[in-house]
Design a protein around this ligand. Structure first.
Ligand SMILES: NC(=O)c1ccc[n+]([C@@H]2O[C@H](COP(=O)([O-])OP(=O)(O)OC[C@H]3O[C@@H](n4cnc5c(N)ncnc54)[C@H](O)[C@@H]3O)[C@@H](O)[C@H]2O)c1
Length: 440
């Protein structure tokens, strides 16, 4: 046993250990590049043949992930991408980065993870390290992955090493990436932790914790913290509108306090693959302990209500202009869940578009990073992004700013539009707009 551990750590330290990454999405692809740049041979696995083909053709499918380092690594024979899972046998470390969404009933959907674990179980061999990076509830690694792998007759901690290390990727963040963001790691046994720590030490600072469950809960705590604080400012935004106070001004003033305060900003609702989803993994698991996570549910309730609030404000503003929602031409500006990313998962823009259509509005959208709306689990709009021109803006009855992409010239947008519903404070400082701008 000691031999397997010592051998794998030695291979990691001299960078001869081959790293396999399952799931080449927003998390897995940058991670693959990072390990490649740190000197490891890397094999990327994905079920999506189109992604594999694109990478082999020299095309990136994620806006903020440049293709150059990928091409260089592939040309140097240090990065290989494949859909052939038989090749899991040739790697020494397997990192799992597959999706962990919610079902329609807001319960954890572990389909991708179960499928991946079963695939690993069919192909893994003694001496490998397996690390789950996908976000999930405390207990997943020990209760689901470990027994599935041990069914093959091998023992975790001696025949193979199993750990959990949450991904903290913030797509588009120019300041923090994998290299300067510490990595929390928990092992199923002390040996598992030691091997996983050795691997991540090669790419960043490691924060070891006592168990995989502690590491799993760390990730959910981080994202619940964001969800609860965003809900707080979203609720205060509604009150501030009634009181005639600019909450953005208040938040900026509060942020001058050098201790004990972190600014969060209100918006049209929560989006992305993490914040709207991860807390519900914990609240689902909590039920097993007869425990009700009230903060998570309250935050969820408030954040989910925000697109409804945006619609209410739009109806009121149109009404003020003697117009009804039915028949109005409305432009949804930005469907990415946040500024300057091409990720539309769980975007509040979609909830807004759905309600607008249900109320009989004629809906168009523009997003420089999302030229066409693909069907999602919940929505199927079949629309192309409408080019942003002065004539197009002048032809709308209202423009709803959902995402404040930095490519947008908001002064120009306000100038040519008749009514602008601003959910992001994107029109801050624009003067002479009269009652044209409505904050929502
Ligand atoms: N996107 C983020 O900013 C972010 C940040 C931190 C954590 N996470 C977590 O990381 C995990 C992955 O998220 P993501 O945003 O990278 O998802 P993603 O959808 O962008 O990528 C997942 C990839 O896994 C592939 N895949 C699915 N099932 C597979 C299987 N059985 N075998 C091989 N490949 C498979 C998909 O084709 C896809 O390419 C999730 O648990 C998420 O919560 C995401």
């Amino acid at each position: 046993m000691a031999d397997r551990k010592t051998k794998l750590i030695a291979m990691i330290e001299d960078r001869t250990a081959k790293v396999g990454i399952i799931g080449l999405g927003y998390v897995g692809l940058p991670l693959a590049i990072h390990f490649g740049k740190s000197g490891f041979p890397v094999v990327g696995f994905d079920l999506d043949i189109q992604k594999i083909e694109k990478l082999l053709k020299g095309e990136s499918y994620i806006k903020h992930v440049p293709i150059e380092p990928i091409n260089e690594m592939i040309a140097a024979g240090r990065f290989d991408v494949t859909s052939d899972f038989d090749r899991l046998e040739e790697v020494d470390c397997i990192l799992i980065c597959v999706p962990t969404p919610l079902t329609d009933k807001m319960e954890p959907d572990l389909t991708y993870l179960v499928q991946t674990t079963e695939t690993i179980a069919r192909h893994f061999r003694a001496g490998q390290l397996i690390v789950l990076e996908s976000t999930t509830y405390p207990g997943t690694t020990e209760e689901m992955i470990l027994p599935c792998l041990e069914k093959e007759g091998m023992k975790g901690g001696s025949d193979f090493f199993l750990a959990y290390s949450p991904e903290r990727e913030d797509p588009g963040n120019q300041k923090f990436s994998t290299s300067n963001t510490p990595k929390v790691v928990g092992g199923v046994t002390p040996s598992c932790l030691e091997v996983a720590q050795a691997l991540y030490n090669c790419i960043t600072r490691v924060v070891p914790v006592s168990s995989t469950r502690a590491a799993e809960l760390t990730k959910i705590l981080e994202n619940t913290f964001r969800s609860v604080n965003i809900a707080l400012v979203n609720e205060l935004k509604v009150l501030a509108h009634k009181m005639g106070i600019d909450l953005f001004e208040v938040i900026d003033a509060a942020a001058t306090k050098p201790f004990g305060y972190t600014p969060f900003y209100p918006g049209p609702g929560l989006g992305g693959h993490c914040i709207p989803i991860d807390p519900f993994y914990l609240s689902w698991k909590a039920r097993e302990y007869d425990f009700f996570t009230r903060f998570i549910h309250l935050a969820g309730e408030i954040n989910i209500s925000m697109p409804y609030y945006v619609i209410e404000k739009t109806v009121d503003a149109l009404n003020r202009d003697k117009k009804s929602m039915k028949g109005s031409r409305i432009l949804v500006l930005g469907v990415a869940y946040k500024r300057d990313v091409d990720d539309d998962r769980e975007s509040p823009g979609y909830a807004i578009m759905k309600m607008l259509l249900e109320k009989g509005a004629e809906v168009i959208y523009n997003d420089p990073w999302i030229p066409r709306l693909r069907p999602t689990r919940k929505y199927d709009f079949q629309m192309d992004s409408t080019p942003l021109t002065p004539d197009m803006l002048a032809g709308t009855d209202a423009v709803i700013i959902v995402t404040d992409h930095s490519d947008y010239d908001f002064t120009d947008i306000v100038r040519h539009s008749r009514l602008v519903i601003d959910t992001r404070n994107a029109t801050k400082g624009i003067e002479d707009a009269g009652e044209k701008i409505v904050m929502a």
